[in-house]
Design a protein around this ligand. Structure first.
Ligand code: ADP
Ligand code: MG
Length: 666
């Protein structure tokens, strides 16, 4: 303790002609609350500002504590004009020099007594272990050693006020600003709080007490009387009292030499970014945990949205795949080269076996099969009939997706030898042999005897007049040369590999064929293209499902928004409290950004997991499911964006308010 030398140094606080008015912006007359107020307060003084309700005391205190700025006039702190301080420097001043005690306590609802007391030290960058032990010490000294883990609503008014005094002292609290500290307390708690303030004043703290109660004010060493925003009296209550001593730290703060260095160090503050980040994550987790129910509701919106996007799109992709697979069995990957050009009056073109080789050499073509068909007469025993004959190669089972149900297909050997072997369609077999097994029997095809080596499986499908099962199949060589006597192909059947480039493949077939023929006297019928149209329809369906999912994501987002908006007011007040205890704008932003990211991360991950589980469950129900990584990432990104927009943006706005405005929000 050092005795002050009042005449040789600037006062701790000097107000010159301070004015503060409200309103006047939207045409309404401005109300001047502080009307040219000048005041000097020296370090170590115990001053009471007394006046009737509405006289402007709280307004004055907010200006004194750098929570608010005057409309005009100068405020010198230790001889320095605070109008020149940056926002970060003001934040430092609030946490390093001031300690606030409010009538309404202004404790943070969501955290316990210990953590409330720690808040100013967090922003001063003190390590967790250090600040915890100090907070504990302060609380025990104020008789709250057994209430550390209680949240504000679990404490009485007097206890809450003591917590807020402990908080004011956390960073030293050289200047205690107490606004009606006993206003909400019963007389006994009030007396306790006043005793505490007197003790602090004796210990060297500068105490500025605001009250409307003259009895309370009389306990101070000096009484300043305010009426209608002006000072009408300034009297020491006890002229004979000793000048107050003051703390070493207050001395340091006041020394002109130390102040700039002290401020620069304080503004930069000591904690590492990693420690800051860990602190933010820990605090965010705590808030989520304390508000479990609300957090769950918020999460629910995100989870439902994300999960439904994942499941819906997986179902869409799954059905699409199934449909395509089904279409493939109907010959998606098939093309036909048909003789005859576009010009109907021109010469009808012909296709030969040489053309088959040209087509087969085109990339992406896996099989090119010549095909000749013609009507033939059939005879077996006493039965006469006729049927279309298909002269095909050994590729036919693959190209036509048609296998024998009895017997075997012919071989390359049969092909080379012009073997007289035949496979019968079901209808033909029935007509010639009834229910008898036709294998090994002989049939006269245009009067040439053929041995039956197989019966084709029943297709069942009929197209118009013709019946698919009413055909016979013979080797190409035998059919074209021996039976039909022509090598002019009816068409060439083509199988392609990659469906995505069928149009390109069709072009690659057309060009060399047209060159060989010197004229384009054929057409490439591209079945894949028509299938593509069907695929597009399916795509539309998938998009519809995606749209439904997106809507549920939006609805989930609106749910999140509602809950977030509901809490914004409450959080705004918390932001005010944090700023009053010395948080910089970026401290607030870091905290709320962390919270928003944490909520959306947890929600997003839960959504993805639930979506995957639902999908897996649907697979058991035989629903075709294909998960899309893009859908999962997209939904996750949406969840993150929702959290940021509705959780972080309002907080960012609140962080830009003056502390006093944020504090006033209810
Ligand atoms: P006290 O603390 O002495 O009771 P205040 O400083 O709270 O008085 O308020 C003084 C006057 O300023 C009151 O008439 C009040 O209506 C007005 N006032 C305070 N804050 C605002 C504000 N944010 N906007 C408009 N008027 C205000
Ligand atoms: Mg007031």
């Amino acid at each position: 303790m050092v005795a002050p030398a009042r005449n040789t140094e600037p006062p701790l606080i000097e107000l010159c002609d301070i004015r503060r008015s409200y309103g006047g912006a939207d045409g309404a007359p401005a109300v001047e609350v502080l009307r040219g107020l000048s005041l000097k307060i020296h370090a170590g003084e115990f001053v009471a500002l007394v006046g009737a309700s509405g006289s402007g005391k709280s307004t004055l205190m907010h200006i004194l504590g750098c929570l608010d700025r005057p409309s005009s006039g100068r405020y010198l702190f230790a001889g320095r004009d605070i109008a020149r301080f940056t926002a970060d420097e003001l934040a430092w001043l609030r946490r390093a020099a001031f300690g606030f005690v409010f009538q309404g306590y202004h404790l943070i609802r969501t955290i316990d007594a210990l953590h409330n007391v720690e808040v100013p030290a967090v922003y001063a960058g003190i390590t967790q272990a250090k600040r915890e032990s100090r907070a504990e010490l302060l609380l025990s000294r104020l008789g709250l050693g057994d209430r550390l883990a209680h949240r504000p609503h679990q404490l009485s008014g007097g206890q809450q006020q003591r917590v807020s005094i402990a908080r004011a002292l956390m960073n030293g609290g050289h200047i205690i600003l107490a606004d009606e500290p006993t206003g909400a307390l019963d007389s006994r708690s009030g007396a306790e709080v006043m005793a505490l303030l007197r003790e602090l004043a004796q210990a060297g703290h500068t105490v500025i007490l605001i009250t409307h109660d003259r009895d309370v004010a009389s306990q101070a060493q000096r009484i300043v009387e305010i009426r209608d925003g002006q000072i009408i009296a300034d009297t020491p209550s006890d002229p004979s009292a000793e000048p107050q001593s003051r703390t070493q730290a207050a001395n340091e703060l006041l020394s002109a030499r130390n102040f700039p260095a002290l401020m620069a160090r304080g503004v930069a503050h000591a904690a590492t970014p990693v420690a800051d980040m860990l602190e933010a994550v820990r605090a965010a987790w705590e808030v989520m945990w304390v508000n479990r129910f609300r957090t769950m509701l918020t999460l629910l919106g995100i989870v439902i949205g994300v999960a439904s996007v994942i499941v819906m799109l997986a179902i869409g992709a799954g059905t699409q795949e199934t449909v395509i697979a089904k279409l493939a069995t109907f010959g998606v990957n098939r093309m036909y080269v048909i003789p005859g050009g576009d010009n109907e009056r021109g010469p009808g073109g012909t296709l030969s076996e040489a053309d088959v080789d040209i087509v087969a050499s085109v990339p992406n073509v896996t099989v090119a099969m010549p095909f000749v068909q013609g009507k033939v007469t059939l005879r077996a025993g006493s039965v006469d009939t006729s049927a279309p004959l298909w002269a095909v190669t050994t590729d036919a089972p693959k190209v036509l997706s048609w296998k024998p149900s009895r017997g075997v297909f012919f071989t390359k050997e049969d092909e080379r030898n012009l073997a007289t072997v035949v496979l019968l369609g079901k209808r033909v077999s029935e007509r010639l042999f009834g229910a008898k097994n036709p294998l090994g029997q002989y049939v006269l095809v245009n009067n040439v005897p053929f041995q039956v080596i197989g019966e084709l499986e029943e297709k069942g499908a009929t197209s118009g007049e013709s019946d698919d099962d009413d055909v016979i199949m013979v080797p190409f060589s035998t059919g074209s040369r021996r039976v039909l006597g022509t090598t002019n192909l009816s068409w060439i059947s083509v199988l392609v590999d990659n469906l995505d480039i069928v149009n390109e493949t069709a072009r690659l077939i057309t060009t060399p064929l047209a060159q060989a023929h010197h004229i384009q006297d054929f057409k490439v019928y591209n079945r894949a293209a028509s299938v593509k149209a069907q695929e597009d329809t399916q795509q539309t369906l998938t998009m519809m499902l995606g749209l439904i999912a997106a809507i549920s994501l939006v609805v989930g987002g609106i749910g999140v928004m509602n809950i977030m908006l509901m809490t914004v007011k409450e959080r705004t007040r918390e932001i005010g409290i944090r700023m009053a205890t010395g948080a910089r704008e970026r401290d607030i932003l870091r905290q709320f950004l962390t919270e928003a990211i944490l909520v959306s991360l947890v929600g997003g991950v839960a959504g993805v997991v639930i979506g995957l589980c639902l999908g897996a469950a649907l697979i058991f129900w035989d629903v075709a499911i294909i998960f899309s990584v893009r859908a999962i990432l997209g939904a996750f990104a949406c969840a993150l964006a929702t959290g940021l927009i509705f959780g972080f943006m309002p907080a960012r706005q609140a962080a830009r308010l003056d502390p006093v405005v944020a504090l006033a929000s209810e």
